[in-house]
Structures are given as C-alpha cells and as structure tokens.
Design a protein around this ligand. Structure first.
Ligand code: 5AD
Ligand code: FES
Length: 363
C-alpha cells in the first residue's frame, strides 16, 4: 500500500503500523507531518505542563534497565520531606504550571501510602484545588489506588514497559516482585477506579522488534488509555541491560523510532495526552521539540530540588539536571514558541479523550 493510502486509513492493522514504523527519510517526515496536522486539528497548538517532583529513589524493584534499581548499591537513596514536596508544588503553582506529577521508586509500606495520601490532600489545599495531580508511584493494591484517588489524585502513570510478555521478562527479573500479569491488573484497576490512566513503553530496547512495538500501540488503543509516555531507551552502565548497549539501534535511530511511535499513536488516538519525555532530550538536544512536532502535547519540567536530582538518574546524562525551576520555565516558553506552540498556563490540561469518554458515560 502507498504511504498516502496508509495515512488516510481510519483504522490501522498491525501490518500497517509496522509499515509506518519502518518509514525513513521523506516518508517518515510525511508521517510526522500528518500526525502534527491531526494534533493541531483536534487539540490546537497547546502544550500542557506537569511540574515533576521526584519524591524518592528508594525502590523495592530491580528492573534490569533502571539506574535506581534496588540492586544498584552505588546510588545514594533520598526521600523528600512533605514540606519539600509542598514547596515544589507551590513553586509549580506560582509558575502557572497547572499540574504536578509526583514520581517515586516503588514502595508499598503503610508509612509511604499514608504520606502520599496526606501530600495529595495538602497539594489540593493550595489555592482551592488549583493544581491537577498526577501520581507515578508504581504498582499498588486496588485499595491504595482508591485511597489516593479519593484524596484528590486524578491521573496515574504506570508504563507497561512492554506489552509483550516475553520481552517484559527479558527486561525485568522473573520473580514475584516483577510480575507481568500483576502489572496489567494494576492498569485495569486504575482504569476502573476512574483515573486518567497513562501507560507507555521504552523504545529501542534490546530484543524489541517493530512487530512488538506495533503490538504496544494496539495495546494502548485496546485499553483506551487517556495518556501515553514513550521515550528512547538509554543504557545505564550500572544496570544488567547495559551488556546489550552495542546491540541496540543508534541514539539517532532510537530517537527517530520514538518519533514514529508518537506520530502513529497520534493518528490512532488523536485526542489523548502524550508526553515529550525527558529521555528524548537526553539523546538529542532538540528531542523534546521533535517529540512535540511529531504529535506529543505534554512536557514534564523537573521541579525536584536540585541537590537531589543527581540521585534520580534512571538513565545517565539526564537533561536539565542542573537547571533551576525558574530557568526551565522561561526556557520552555521560548522553545515552544519557536516551534509554533503555546504553553497553556494555569490549567489542568486534562486528556480530551478522557473528558469526552466520561461525558458520554454520564449522558
Ligand atoms: N532509559 C529510558 N527510560 C527509562 N526508564 C527507566 N529506565 C530507563 C532507561 N534506562 C523509564 C521507564 C519508567 C520511567 C519512569 O522511566 O519506562 O517507567
Ligand atoms: Fe523499576 Fe526503576 S527499578 S523503573
């Protein structure tokens, strides 16, 4: 099928997606442009911000790709106090970001769960609930997800990392703490509770094929998620997956593949929120802009106090680690204007796909 025919299709079969993910050069540019046009038509040129607060790098898991995995003993572990988190949230509000995202290594203990509940409630008290709250705190019980939802969190990110079970177990230990079925069940639980649920995958992993990536996109569609985050895999020297660093696509190819994944998904799910992940900017100084131009519409500027950022290196050479929040603020505004986009300040920036789905259910 010609590219033009493909791009005009209403629904993509797996083979269509594989063909689109394999495009290069001029054809790839046509795909990215089509995705951008669809985004402008459905969501305008707005970019939404979530001030990212990296609460703690203490983690019970040991994913084979992740720099802060529990088996990496080189990492200094830290945890922000409630007041520190509150200060970050207040700063995000002051800068007009509209939403915060709290991310942390995974913990299930009672003290952690209760701390999050209190934090969500306290953040909600800032200016009468002015800030939207996204949580990204890993796998939890249905009850805990429910408790945090009732406290006021309304979005939750839990990347599936790979929707292909075989690949999942190549990038995670195969044990009770890293269970594919459990991860799927968590995503279902979040959807059922009513969170705007986000998921996603890393792109350019060892053993990952275009077929598997196409299945990932179909998985997002089947689950009808509200948000997706996808970024290039970046090998971390202190992790087991680093041994394959010379067997994965080049940084440029991982970047391009990420852009194609974003673009194809924008065609498949035109009104979801899609983040231009920081990992994009790590492999390419213009990576976030490129992701926005390929169909992404959310950016998560880092609000973590600078002294802790060096300890939250999920992957090496993370972008913006030494920038102050105020610097990111003006930097982003200028960068987005330069590519014909505008940041929508002082708004939650909810997923349009989700808002429409809910209003259909209610009416
Ligand atoms: N490269 C790129 N992304 C990574 N993540 C974890 N480790 C890496 C890495 N080495 C991503 C995972 C996780 C998110 C918080 O960061 O997808 O869900
Ligand atoms: Fe699992 Fe960090 S140990 S993502």
């Amino acid at each position: 099928m010609t590219l033009q025919h493909l791009l005009d299709k209403q629904y993509f079969e797996k083979e269509d997606i594989v063909q689109l993910l394999a495009t290069e050069g001029e054809e790839m540019q046509q795909l990215l442009q089509k995705a951008r046009e669809v985004k402008f038509a459905r969501l305008d040129n707005y970019v939404h911000l979530r001030g990212l607060i990296e609460l703690s790098n203490i983690c019970r898991k040991s994913c084979l790709y992740c720099g802060v995995r529990s088996d990496n003993h080189k990492v200094d572990r830290y945890e922000l106090t409630e007041d520190e988190v509150l200060e970050c949230a207040q700063m995000a509000h002051k800068l007009g970001y509209g939403s915060v995202a709290i991310q942390s290594g995974e913990r299930n203990d009672k003290a952690f769960v209760e701390k999050i509940t209190r934090l969500v409630k306290r953040i909600k008290e800032i200016d009468n609930g002015a800030l939207g709250i996204t949580l990204s705190l890993g796998e939890q019980s249905d009850e805990v997800y429910q408790e945090w939802f009732e406290a006021g969190a309304h979005r939750y990110l839990l990347r599936i990392e790979s929707s292909n079970e075989e690949l999942y177990y190549k990038i995670h230990p195969h044990d009770e703490r890293h269970d594919f079925a459990r991860r799927l069940a968590c995503i279902d639980s979040l959807l059922k509770i009513g969170y705007q649920t986000g998921t996603g995958v890393m792109v350019g992993l060892p053993f990952q094929t275009l077929d598997v990536l196409a299945e990932d996109l179909l998985f997002f569609k089947k689950k009808d998620v509200a948000m997706v985050g996808m970024g290039p895999f970046i090998p971390h020297p202190d992790t087991p997956l680093y041994q394959y660093a010379n067997q994965i696509p080049s940084a440029e190819d991982r970047m391009n593949l990420t852009l194609k994944m974003i673009a194809v998904l924008r065609l498949m799910m035109p009104e979801i929120n899609m983040v231009a992940a920081t990992a994009n900017q790590t492999v390419d100084p213009m990576g976030r802009e490129k992701a926005i131009m390929a169909g992404a519409n959310v950016i998560m500027p880092n609000m973590t106090p600078n002294e802790y950022r060096e300890d939250y290196l999920i992957y090496p050479d993370k972008a913006c680690v030494s920038d102050k929040p105020e610097e990111c603020y003006s930097c982003l505004d200028i960068r987005m204007k330069a590519i014909g986009h505008q940041i929508l300040y002082n708004a939650w920036g909810d997923s349009v796909a989700f808002t429409k789905k809910i209003s259909k259910l209610v009416n």
